[in-house]
Write a protein that binds this ligand. Structure first.
Ligand code: KG4
Ligand code: ZN
Length: 508
């Protein structure tokens, strides 16, 4: 037998052979002197269960061995490990154990248990060889014939996720998260694999319905979400080429955002989770914006995130996944909010940020607006002074019948915002010695900011990289929610159906 021809793999539930239970039963029939421990029906039922994983060994397309595990982190139990009679004593069981080990290392399991008949010396030897130790006995655990069980345990060392070989990654079970985002005016559903790969990301914008009001009307937003959410969820699954059975968890934005809008996403997520027995993961919208960058490449810690959106402007220090420490934030308007307000004054459609950015490319900083809190020795921001200067300048000109160059106005406004954001970010990055700066939020789409920050990092920081999300992931979308949710999935941070919207939720 050519050992290099043996394939040992974790069965993917969504692509498992339809008669898996029966195949496993047949193989087991010939291997147990006492007959298979389960009936065909039991094999079929067990392999269908969500917490059950099967690892199989093939040789020349024939199933020659398998292991069935129940995995409920931080513990797992080995139900069965079986090798075809014809292939015994050839190290197949050891290969299966190696695969079990490398799988468990990555799913936050630290102990693997098993029970074995006390008289089954061959099996006990095999387990001991594979580093299992006896921890106890169960009296009369087995029937036909009645016998005690020996309980054994193997400690699994957790491995760092970084630096995995592709082989190990391929072997790990892929985790698919269905993510929902409805915090403001975008109805979005995405399917994300292992927190980093976008299988689909459907975003339905309602902005046209709000534009004539010059801002988001909460009632209209909720109504649109209700109409859209089911269709968008189905579209996200279709686009990912998956059905709900292939999904491992449902994630949803719990806040911050508009309460009515959030509630639609949360209700949909709960319904899907309940109907399909899936775990439910709440996600902070701002964490989502930060993790949008993980969809491009893995984050490097410690990192400093500059979060700039319609509702937030803050500098967030992160030592590790899911660990947020706000070192500075806006004392009044958020950067995006300031853009949208001055956009209204010079008559561009809502939201003004994108239009001002485009105009700014064609103008120059001739107005020299103030740089709010630029010189102050902290990491807070203020944009209301800038906004007032801008509005006063425009109104004064109107009163005098003076014509101002709108492109220069836009460029001057943008220069002030970008100067402050970039200089405080660079200063904080130096002080905290971060390895990476991450740009996040709707305003991350701003060309002036992207260019200035890239230049400043290149010129002023030697050992710090910069992550900027692609334009499609800067605005609100569910892909980023799925990416952030994966952090919670790995630590099994699930919640029950009492989950509620938290409009003022802060990063913690
Ligand atoms: O993150 P986001 O989509 O929604 C919130 O969570 O708030 O951010 C929306 C904000 C709006 O204020 C919008 O004007 C701003 O991002 N924005 C921009 C640009 N694109 C979007 N601001 C400046 N320049 C842009 N290119
Ligand atoms: Zn946002």
């Amino acid at each position: 037998m050519d050992r290099s021809e043996i394939i040992v793999e974790l069965i993917q539930k969504y692509s498992s052979p339809p008669n898996l239970g029966e195949t496993l039963f047949r193989l087991t029939e010939g291997s147990y002197s006492t007959g298979p421990p389960w009936t065909v029906k039991q094999f079929m039922e067990v392999t269908e269960q969500r917490n059950i994983q099967c690892i199989v060994a093939y040789y020349e397309n024939q199933l020659i061995g398998y292991a069935i595990l129940s995995v409920l982190p931080p513990e797992a139990e080995l139900y069965l490990i079986v090798v075809d009679k014809k292939f015994k004593k050839q190290g197949i069981a050891t290969l299966l154990f190696e695969r079990i080990n490398s799988y468990l290392e990555h799913v936050q399991v630290d102990s693997l248990f098993l029970e074995v008949r006390k008289s089954n010396e061959a099996a006990i030897n095999l387990y001991q060889k594979n580093k299992f130790e006896k921890i106890g006995e169960r009296k009369n655990y087995y029937s036909h014939p009645r016998e005690d069980a020996r309980v054994m345990i193997k400690k699994i060392e957790r491995r760092k996720e970084q630096g995995l070989s592709t082989d190990t990654r391929d072997f790990m079970k892929r985790v698919r998260i269905l993510a929902i985002e409805t915090s403001c005016d975008e109805t979005s559903v995405a399917v994300i694999e292992d927190g980093e790969k976008i299988l689909s990301n459907v975003v339905a914008s309602q902005i046209k319905s709000h534009q004539r009001f010059g801002g988001i009307v909460p009632e209209i937003a909720s109504r649109h979400h209700v109409e859209q959410i089911t269709l968008i969820a189905q579209e996200a699954l279709n686009e990912a080429n998956l059905s709900i059975e292939n999904i491992d968890a449902v994630a949803v934005t719990e806040g911050p955002g508009l309460v009515g809008a959030l509630l639609i996403g949360i209700s949909a997520a709960k319904a899907i989770a309940f109907a399909h027995g899936l775990p439910l993961i709440p996600v902070n919208h701002i964490a989502g914006h930060i993790y949008a960058n993980q969809l491009v490449r893995p984050l490097t810690f410690p990192l400093l995130a500059l979060v700039v959106s319609g509702g937030h402007t803050e500098l967030v220090l992160m030592q590790k996944d899911g660990d947020y420490h706000i070192i500075g934030e806006t004392r009044d308007d958020a950067a995006g909010e300031a853009y949208d307000k001055i956009g209204r004054v010079i008559g561009v459609p809502y939201p003004g940020g994108k239009h001002i950015d485009e105009m700014a490319q064609k103008g120059e900083d001739t107005f020299h607006f103030p740089r709010g809190m630029m010189k102050e020795n902290n990491y807070d921001f203020s944009f209301s002074g800038l906004k007032s200067s801008f509005i006063n300048r425009v109104h004064n000109a109107e009163q005098k019948g003076e014509e101002l160059n709108k492109e220069d106005l836009a460029a001057s406004f943008q220069a002030s915002v970008v100067d402050v954001l970039v200089s405080k970010t660079i200063r904080a990055a130096k002080e905290y010695g971060v390895k990476e700066i991450v740009l996040a939020g709707g305003v991350a789409a701003n060309r002036g900011l992207r260019n200035s920050l890239s230049k400043a990092v290149e010129e002023q920081l030697e050992n710090t990289s910069l992550a900027i999300p692609p334009l499609a992931l800067c605005g609100d979308n569910a892909a980023m929610i799925g990416a952030a949710a994966y952090v919670e999935y790995k630590t099994q941070h699930f919640v029950d159906y009492s989950l509620n919207a938290k409009p003022g939720l802060e990063l913690s």
